[in-house]
Design a protein around this ligand. Structure first.
Ligand SMILES: Nc1ncnc2c1ncn2[C@@H]1O[C@H](COP(=O)(O)OP(=O)(O)OP(=O)(O)O)[C@@H](O)[C@H]1O
Ligand SMILES: [Mg+2]
Length: 499
């Protein structure tokens, strides 16, 4: 009798103690927030508590999202933006590398800015920023994107010419700009360098020539996207509702990265001038999806913004398939990390080292399906529970066009059990389309493919997928690139094409 009782007490005590020292999820008071000041994301896996995200109790509003292709990054971003616009009337600016968000933004009544297809940005625009600060930013972007950092004399000449172009246009370098004056363009800076070269008095003409050559790549006939009068009012970008900045029309990654860096810098400066205040909430959300080129570099504003935390009235969302493409400072400084399905062990180890989660969490992440996630939040006050927890699934707006590519039929028993190998891939129509375009599948073949998919539940096994596209004249090589891009291993790809 007594013994049983004692045992009861002990096991209760024990249960309590285990619970207190190691609760599996943060207490509901941290997860479930005031609905008028937070947005719903999904239910937690263990206690099914509705997780509602708010920037109020975390170190900063910035968010990093990682996950393999099809894991649900863009779906989460869209859900997030829509709800943030309801709750906070937050504006959103999507820096859209592949034109992936265009259709959705159009459908949602937002604005599309198509750089390289009719829209221009003058990277010397000031929008309230002192010319000297703008010059620093332009030089910083050139250092990230070109080799100018290796040539101090060329760097000096370039900077001097850009400064002089502002002076010639009537600006005082260290004063806030007169809004009635028009900003010069890179063409003006190049002209100054050319004049200097023609004068023939400068000791190192080769340095001048190289400096001119480097800047010219941004003003070439037909490629002068950044050297003409802007067609977008950057000063209004953060108050224009939902804006998609489609960079897919620019000629290459350098151009795209330059545009992205410039937009980030402009938003940052604009918001810095306006000053931060807690009562203003979140004015804008800036999305960088797959922005590997500018999220990886230490000197990038993506890193600065995250490091500087709450200073700006906007939240930066950085999403990537490959966490090693994102600077470690971003993972360790964002207020919220969201990990969707991750496949490769080395990516997982990178995340585990950066975020310091348990083997249990690692194991769970490796079993994730579409939309399942681990959330790691950095609370402002120090807490006695693990800051990472699992979400059963991101519950979002109903997907519009999901296409499923089924792999499992060609996998071995062994492979089916391996969590690193996907059995199915899910695509939004626009994202599947842009991936096929990336590997040079012609438009007619893509249209035929979708017509066929739409007549069969939008689901197809990978063998039929390949033979269908080949029957439309698509090269096997291009299909191989596509499958590799999805992360399918060569041994498995070989089976797709086997008899
Ligand atoms: N939580 C979810 N609930 C229901 N459907 C989802 C969820 N997350 C993603 N999906 C669907 O899965 C598909 C792939 O998702 P999404 O496009 O967001 O992937 P992604 O991670 O952005 O991939 P990529 O890296 O290729 O851009 C989409 O069709 C989307 O609608
Ligand atoms: Mg995506």
């Amino acid at each position: 009798m007594t013994l049983v009782k004692v045992q009861n007490i002990m096991s209760n005590e024990l249960a309590k103690r285990v619970f207190i020292s190691k609760p599996p999820e943060p207490p509901a008071s941290y997860i479930l927030n005031d609905p008028t000041n937070s947005i719903f994301i999904g239910l937690t896996k263990i206690f099914r508590v509705p997780f509602t995200w708010t920037f109020a109790n975390i170190t900063n509003p910035h968010i990093a999202i990682v996950g393999i292709t099809g894991a649900g990054k863009s779906f989460l971003v869209k859900t997030f933006l829509i709800r943030a616009s309801y709750v906070w009337k937050a504006n959103a600016i999507i820096i859209d590398w592949a034109g992936e968000y265009k259709a959705w933004v159009k459908q949602s009544g937002g604005t599309i800015v198509s750089l390289g297809k009719g829209d221009y940005l003058n990277i010397m625009d000031l929008i309230g920023i002192k010319p000297l600060d703008r010059v620093k930013q332009i030089m910083n972007s050139l250092e990230i994107l070109t080799d100018i950092g290796d040539y101090p004399e060329q760097r000096r000449l370039t900077q001097e010419a850009i400064e002089q172009a502002y002076v010639n246009a009537g600006f005082n370098l260290s004063q806030p700009p007169d809004p009635s004056k028009e900003a010069p363009t890179l063409n003006n800076a190049i002209a100054l360098l050319q004049e200097k070269l023609q004068e023939g008095t400068y000791e190192y003409p080769a340095e001048l020539e190289n400096a001119i050559y480097r800047l010219r790549q941004f003003v070439r006939e037909g490629e002068d996207y950044f050297a003409r009068k802007s067609t977008i009012d950057l000063g209004k970008l953060a108050s224009s509702g939902l804006v998609d900045i489609d960079l897919s029309g620019l000629p290459d990654e350098t151009f795209r990265a330059l545009a992205a860096l410039f937009i980030l810098q402009s938003l940052k400066e604009k918001m810095r001038i306006e000053g931060w205040s807690a009562s203003k909430g979140i004015k804008a959300i800036v999305v960088l999806d797959e922005a590997w080129k500018i999220a990886g570099d230490e000197r990038s504003d993506a890193v600065t913004i995250v490091r500087e935390g709450r200073k700006y009235q906007f939240a930066l969302i950085v999403a990537s398939q490959n966490p090693t493409d994102i600077n470690e400072a971003i993972f360790s400084n964002v207020g919220t990390n969201i990990i969707l399905r991750v496949k490769f062990e080395r990516f997982m180890s990178y995340l585990q080292d950066s975020l310091n989660f348990s083997e249990f969490i690692r194991g769970e992440i490796s079993k994730f399906g579409v939309g399942q996630a681990a959330v790691d939040m950095s609370f402002q006050t120090s807490v006695k529970f693990p800051e990472i927890f699992l979400l059963e699934k991101v519950i979002g707006e109903v997907p519009l066009d999901v296409y499923t590519l089924v792999i499992k039929d060609i996998l071995t028993q062994e492979e089916l059990k391996n969590p690193e190998i996907s059995t199915e891939y899910y695509f939004e129509k626009i994202s599947l389309k842009s991936k096929l375009i990336d590997v040079n599948v012609p438009n007619e073949a893509i249209d035929k493919l979708f017509a066929s998919l739409d007549s069969q539940d939008r689901t197809i096994d990978v063998k039929s997928f390949a033979s269908l596209l080949m029957s439309y004249g698509v090269e096997k090589e291009n299909l191989i690139s596509f499958f590799r891009y999805l992360g399918i291993e060569d041994v498995i790809i070989t089976r797709i094409f086997a008899g």
